[in-house]
Ligand binder design. Structure first.
Ligand code: NDP
Length: 458
């Protein structure tokens, strides 16, 4: 068992373990280059993103926000008697499930059309060139581990009562109250979904302000907006234990207080999914955080084994995994060139209102030693001039004073994700503030604010 890449008479050129975003992209791209490719998947085609992540989450966000849209329509002349507005959670879940089934089918067809063999089951690596699934052994030149990540719930007494995002997508019914534990992407997104659907929602976060790593202004602003939407935000507190009593949960907090609730959701991060693969026995190294250790070419310590996506600890974002899949395919079966560029990764958090962000935060830019000009604009989105809703938007540009280059753009407001995608191109291209200023706005939009902020606030 040398781990050398051997070239002769294998069943496949590449076996990808995991049919998530990164694995499927790698498999399809590699098959298109003429490689004989198989994907092993134990659960569902499309991985977390399609089944229990980005896609169903966004559908739930639309569903949740629809309630507000109905209320807001009154300002535009519509009469919607409150007692006639009804929401059916089971119908939303069923419709969401039907859409996910459709997407699973599309993934199956895409792989089939690409000539990729799909093997259903759980993979174990018997040696550096053999993958075992059930009682079948498959030999292969290359193996890529693309097994993704799984919710990680801290081991506190009563953690067995907690649900993760996985289960939230299939909740049989909505509770009256919910406690969401954590202060990252998933916590704020689900707190928004639940509150929008009328659930009395409390978000508990151990630090003094949630969304660590985002721009400070964005974090503070988002907290205000979430409170306006009725989310009970409690910072500087953690869960000590949870007890189950008569269908309710008693959540004991580190500050000595107690909450009674119908549901506790843990959104406390995701760990790499590597159990049972047999990686370490083959000499694949793991990082301190439990991810598969790879170099910048996704190469593990074993020559025939590569890894990509959430399992390697790079940002846990679908477009990152897709990008990695394309780069790795080119490395394995193309001209061998290309590296993944992790600079200025744009991202959105689908809380309500949304957050969109790309490039450096003010804090990161300061830390990096830039002299900064900060531009900031806060306003009531035009839509709410007639709805009366007290929702505000925030936009911010972080500019290097010396070169005039825009280092970061950050936003809280409707469609922040849609707006940020275009800005990401400008920032990636190295646009200066003068170029932003010379770009004409699209009127009337919120987005035009990004090209009309004239005076720095700092
Ligand atoms: P995150 O890492 O974003 O957030 C985890 C949160 O849990 C943090 O607030 C963290 O606190 C807290 N936490 C961790 N451990 C403990 C503990 N032992 N006790 C109390 N609190 C704890 O993870 P998520 O689960 O929210 O999401 C996972 C990843 O999935 C995200 O990082 C993101 O990359 C991706 N994702 C992307 C989305 C998007 O693009 N819109 C949507 C959803 C997920 P602290 O900050 O103090 O460490």
């Amino acid at each position: 068992m040398t781990g050398d890449i051997v070239a002769d008479h294998q069943d496949f050129d590449l076996i990808v373990i995991g049919a998530g975003s990164g694995g499927v992209r790698l498999a399809r791209m590699s098959a298109a280059k003429g490689a004989r490719v198989a994907v092993v998947e134990s659960r569902y085609l499309g991985g977390t993103c399609v089944n229990v992540g980005c896609v169903p989450k966004k559908l739930f966000v639309y569903g949740s926000h629809a309630g507000e849209d109905i209320e807001d329509s009154a300002g535009y002349g519509w009469s919607v008697p409150g007692d006639q507005v009804k929401f059916d959670w089971a119908r939303l879940v069923a419709n969401k499930n039907a859409e996910i089934d459709r997407l699973n089918g599309i993934y199956a067809r895409m792989l089939d059309n690409a000539g990729v063999t799909v093997i259903n089951g759980t993979a174990t690596l018997a040696d550096p060139n053999t993958v075992v699934v059930g009682d079948q052994r498959y030999s292969t030149k290359h193996i890529t581990v693309a097994t993704g990540s799984w919710p990680s719930i801290p081991d506190v007494p009563g953690s067995e009562y907690m649900l993760s995002s996985n289960e939230m997508f299939f909740l049989p019914q909505l509770p009256r109250q919910a406690v969401v534990w954590g202060g990252g992407y998933i916590a704020v997104e689900f707190a928004g979904i639940l509150a929008g659907l009328g659930v009395e929602t409390t978000l508990l976060y151990r630090g003094d302000l949630f969304l660590r790593g985002f721009d400070g202004d964005i974090r503070r602003f988002m907290a205000q907006e979430m409170v306006k939407k009725g989310v009970d935000l409690r910072f500087g507190v953690n869960i000590e234990r949870v007890e189950s009593e008569g269908g309710q949960y008693q959540v004991h907090l580190t500050d000595g207080s107690k909450l009674s609730t119908g549901l506790v959701m843990a959104a406390t991060g995701r760990r790499a999914l590597v159990e049972g693969l047999g990686l370490e026995a083959l000499g694949v190294n793991m990082t301190d955080s439990g991810h598969v250790a790879v170099d910048k070419h996704f190469q593990t310590a074993v020559p025939s084994i590569t890894a990509l996506g959430d399992v390697i600890g790079t940002p846990q974002l679908t477009p990152v995994a897709l990008g990695q899949g394309m780069v790795l395919s080119r490395r394995l079966f193309g001209d061998g060139q290309g590296e993944m560029d992790y600079s200025s990764i744009p991202t959105a958090v689908f809380c309500q209102p949304n957050i969109g962000t790309v490039g450096l935060t003010e804090e990161e830019a300061q830390e990096a030693g830039y002299t900064l000009r900060i531009y900031r604009s806060e306003f009531k989105p035009m839509k709410h001039t007639l709805t009366g809703r007290d929702e505000r938007a925030l936009m911010k540009l972080v500019v290097d004073d010396e070169t005039d280059r825009v280092l970061g753009a950050h936003m809280v407001g409707p469609e922040a994700g849609e707006i940020t995608q275009g800005l990401a191109v400008a920032i990636k291209a190295g646009a200066t503030k003068a170029q932003f200023d010379s770009t004409l706005g699209i009127h009337p939009t919120s987005a035009e604010e990004f090209v009309t902020m004239r005076e720095p606030v700092l």
